[in-house]
Design a protein around this ligand. Structure first.
Ligand SMILES: C[S@@+](CC[C@H](N)C(=O)[O-])C[C@H]1O[C@@H](n2cnc3c(N)ncnc32)[C@H](O)[C@@H]1O
Length: 379
């Protein structure tokens, strides 16, 4: 079976987590790199990873690599590739570039040149040209340029895999599902299967936690992947992979409690959980975190509090972070506490001793996942 040279992207800081996940899903050797993981995979593996990966964001298939020292040379190396065998003229495509080079500018002009090379080649070979669709293309081309090295990929996922399809609306401060899932895999939640998120926003941690424990495939309600448009798409193979994944779903007894001060957020959580049939497994309610007290004597309490952008906001948040630290110290004894935040200064106000701080990125924001084992006695 043909092996494709693949690169799966993930949130920065979760490369090893994704590497472990790839081993679990397709049992293939792989090597973590910056912002993703490299490996070889069959078509079967590619479909399976797209359906099951919780931490991966885009599964890219390498088309070719080459060298170019200026934009004209870039046009030539892109033109050389057999685009006519990949994209039919009646299809659409988009181009995403990541350029870090002194000789090739990181500008629209470069992307336009790449686009010209692709459509010119198809026009020359097939007599007509495909068009660009930035929003909903059939083919997603990703090009990395570092100095004079050009790496060209075809994205098999299309829209990033964190777009699972269970959200109806997006909470403005929601973290993406791949990051949320990777954070959960970095906590002790899997050991104790009790999770509280008393600042749950749109409920991402709780919904991802239920999906992980119940074995619900990450793509269970997602309707589209770019590989559906590939000429060699094997619908039967895809259906088999989905069926195998769906047959392994197993809903168990588990404690998942989410709360937030804003009613609308709770409505969002309930809507999303219903899309996955999870509404009876997760309890969501409106409450200030200061009123949340667990019945259990051990478990995980995980929050992603507001980071604050404006000065006035940050002042208020200092006392909120302190109150949260005091609250979990007094009420969640025996639990493992975790705070995921993009504001490292605010974290200092929690006032508890950190056992571990994991470095992560939320997009471009430098973040920490701080771990506080909450045991009775001194902190
Ligand atoms: C950064 S958002 C959390 C986003 C969430 N992780 C998600 O993925 O949707 C922070 C949340 O804390 C909530 N919040 C702020 N103050 C609170 C308080 N005193 N008690 C409970 N929730 C609070 C906000 O309403 C907001 O939804």
């Amino acid at each position: 079976m043909k092996q494709y040279d693949c690169y799966m992207t993930c949130p920065r800081g979760l490369e090893q987590t994704l590497s472990n996940e790839i081993t679990e899903i397709i049992n293939k050797e792989n090597s973590p790199a910056k912002g993703g993981v490299k490996f070889f995979a069959t078509k079967h593996d590619i479909y399976k990873l797209n359906y099951h990966s919780r931490v991966g964001m885009n599964l890219l298939i390498k088309l070719f690599k080459d060298k170019a020292s200026n934009v004209d040379q870039l046009y030539k190396v892109i033109f050389k590739y057999e685009w006519d065998k990949l994209i039919e003229p009646n299809k659409t495509f988009s181009i995403r570039t990541k350029i870090n080079s002194k000789s090739i500018p990181n500008q629209n002009f470069t992307t336009l040149k790449i686009k010209d090379a692709i459509v010119d080649k198809i026009q020359k070979k097939l007599g007509s040209r495909p068009s660009v669709d930035k929003k909903n293309p059939d083919f997603y081309i990703t090009i990395y340029i570092k100095d004079n090295r050009i790496l060209v990929f075809l994205n098999s996922s299309g829209k990033p895999l964190f777009m699972r399809g269970y959200r109806t609306k997006i909470h403005k401060a929601a973290i993406n599902e791949s990051l949320a899932s990777g954070i959960l895999k970095s906590t002790n939640f899997h050991k104790n299967k009790v999770l509280y998120d008393p600042m749950c926003g749109s409920g991402t941690f709780l919904i991802e936690a239920a999906m992980q424990i119940f074995n619900i495939p990450a793509g269970y309600v997602r309707e589209n992947y770019a590989f559906f448009n590939f000429q060699n798409f094997d619908g039967k193979l895809w259906e088999t992979i989905k069926k195998e994944g769906n047959n392994a779903i197993n809903c168990k007894e588990i404690v998942l409690n989410g709360s937030d001060v804003i009613d609308k957020n709770i409505d969002l959580c309930i809507e999303s959980s219903k899309k996955l049939g999870l509404e009876k497994y997760i309890s969501f309610k409106r409450s200030d975190f200061r009123n949340i007290q667990p019945k259990e004597t051990s478990g995980t309490v995980l929050i992603n509090p507001p980071y604050g952008h404006r000065i006035g906001e940050v002042d208020k948040l200092r006392s909120m972070y302190k109150d949260f630290g005091d609250h979990i110290k007094n009420n969640f004894s025996g639990f493992d506490g975790y705070i995921f935040t993009g504001n490292l200064e605010l974290l200092k106000h929690v006032g508890l001793r950190t056992k571990q701080k994991m470095i992560l990125k939320n997009g471009k924001i430098d973040c920490r996942l701080a771990y506080y084992p909450l045991r009775s006695g001194k902190y």
